[in-house]
Design a protein around this ligand. Sequence first.
Ligand SMILES: Nc1ncnc2c1ncn2[C@@H]1O[C@H](COP(=O)(O)OP(=O)(O)O)[C@@H](O)[C@H]1O
Ligand SMILES: [Mg+2]
Length: 251
Amino acid sequence: METILAKALGQEVGQMATTEKQLLLSRLLARLAHEIRNPLSSLDIHVQLLEEDLAQIPASEREKLTDRLSIIHGELHRLENIVKQFLRLAGPSALDLEPVDIAKTVEHVCELLRPEAAARQIEIAVRMTGGLPKIRADSVQLTQALLNILINALQAVERQGRVTVQVDRSEAERVLAIQVTDTGPGVPSERLTTIFEPYFTTKSDGSGLGLWIAQQIAAAHGGEIQAGNAPGGGAVFRLRLPFRESESSRG
Ligand SMILES: Nc1ncnc2c1ncn2[C@@H]1O[C@H](COP(=O)(O)OP(=O)(O)O)[C@@H](O)[C@H]1O
Ligand SMILES: [Mg+2]
């Protein structure tokens, strides 16, 4: 499966794993930077409070302490700047935004997977209406998110079945919804949240990172992924992406 997919993408399997790893690493580092920023700003406030306290002390005793505090203050600022630069590099700005035709992206992902699906007698059906808005998005990352969801669907169906991809626009909410339904066993309801956690997998050779990465990508676009089950069994994954008024011009 991975091999066929990698071939379809024109990449070596090893390289593909590297891309996933890099994406994971940059997201983990962005998270780390975020986590460090809060205690840093709290330290900064406390140093400022200490400086105010120092002003009450007799000048003779104050001098040495003031020097030390200003060193701490300076170093704190240096750390804050490092974190800021880092967030700029690894944060949401890492998205390469351009107008993306979602219909084309969905078709592209389905075409990549159809040979593998056909070999297992799985039909990939696409349902969408015309006139979908272009959205400002990172097409490479969106492709990755959709691939992760669709590969899971094919793996869940195993053989003989159907994966349906439906794209809808909700004018009221200004959201594009891409819904992937499969005829596999579905997700036990108590696991509907857990499956998005990094490294959670029920597969012997799974990484447990696919849905987590897809969710991170959705979130970076201001969207989200919801998991559920279809009334007749089978899992439903719904990727919701917001679009702005200016993006809703058709074509
Ligand atoms: N379409 C699906 N049907 C049933 N279970 C699913 C589906 N997609 C994902 N899952 C569950 O979510 C888990 C995590 O998925 P993922 O993060 O892609 O990692 P991996 O595919 O490596 O296990 C899977 O191991 C599986 O248990
Ligand atoms: Mg997966």
